[in-house]
Design a protein around this ligand. Structure first.
Ligand code: FMN
Length: 173
């Protein structure tokens, strides 16, 4: 048996589905998030875990809303760059060539190039060690028709990342 440091547990619970989380309004931002999970059916809730060091954290606190944008696996470079550059220095929408798309129920822009969208209002937040967990009440969910089947989104378009967050540690079906 190989022993793993408890602090490396996230490396064992991976690869994980990776999404692009959008925050802010006129001043908006995009970040890569792998620590994202549904936590309740009724009411529908999802949780994202965000380090207070992120610029997105500031926008989450300020506006209390976020968009979960599910990228197509062809967007691997964009996702990696959204996860390694901070929006405190650059406009990531512009820098990554992403098109802002108006959401249905939140003021936060979504990403037109993505294949699925979840609009959330922060309903709870709590400190979880070196990250802060934001619980989002799910207000709206939609997926591009061509990537949807009767059981949900088609898994072969999705991107999964190992927690090392190295560029070559990305996986797909
Ligand atoms: C694949 C991948 C997954 C990531 N997942 C998370 C995450 O779940 N939570 C987090 O706080 N940071 C995560 N990050 C790091 C942030 O995306 C990264 O620090 C980003 O530059 C923050 O952008 P911002 O400062 O513009 O908000 C991840 C990075 C990568 C590459």
């Amino acid at each position: 048996m190989r022993s793993v440091l408890p602090s490396k547990v996230s490396h064992i619970l991976s690869p994980r589905l990776t999404v692009l989380v959008t925050t802010g309004r006129e001043e908006s931002n995009v970040m890569a998030v792998s620590w994202c999970t549904p936590v309740s059916h009724d009411p529908p809730l999802v949780l994202i875990s965000v380090s207070p060091e992120r610029y997105s954290y500031r926008l989450l606190k300020e506006h209390g809303e976020f968009g979960i944008n599910i990228p197509h696996r062809d967007m691997v470079d964009v996702v990696f760059r959204a996860g390694t550059q901070s929006g405190s220095e650059i406009d990531k929408f512009e820098h990554l060539g992403l098109t802002p798309m108006k959401a249905k129920k939140i003021g936060v822009p979504l990403i037109k190039e993505c294949v699925g969208f979840i609009e959330c209002r922060v309903s709870d937040e709590f400190v979880t060690g070196d990250h802060v967990s934001f619980v989002g009440e799910v207000l709206s969910v939609y997926v591009m028709e061509e990537y949807f089947d009767e059981r949900g989104i088609t898994p072969d378009v999705l991107l999964y990342w190992r927690d090392s967050q190295r560029k070559d540690d990305v996986w797909w079906f």
